[in-house]
Write a new protein. Structure first.
Length: 50
């Protein structure tokens, strides 16, 4: 199983807000790294939502 699928599965089952926020941040970082590797200039920002 790829790490991306692992993160998505954990997001679906996770109930703890702090852990979910960290998983989302991790996934966004992975997306950003993949875009940089492909030469894309699209950027994403994640901020805390209360």
């Amino acid at each position: 199983m790829s790490i991306d699928r692992f993160i998505l599965r954990k997001l679906n089952s996770c109930q703890e807000e702090h852990t979910r926020a960290n998983l989302v941040r991790l996934f966004v970082i992975r997306i950003h790294k993949a875009e940089v590797a492909e030469g894309s200039e699209i950027g994403y920002s994640v901020s805390r939502v209360n």
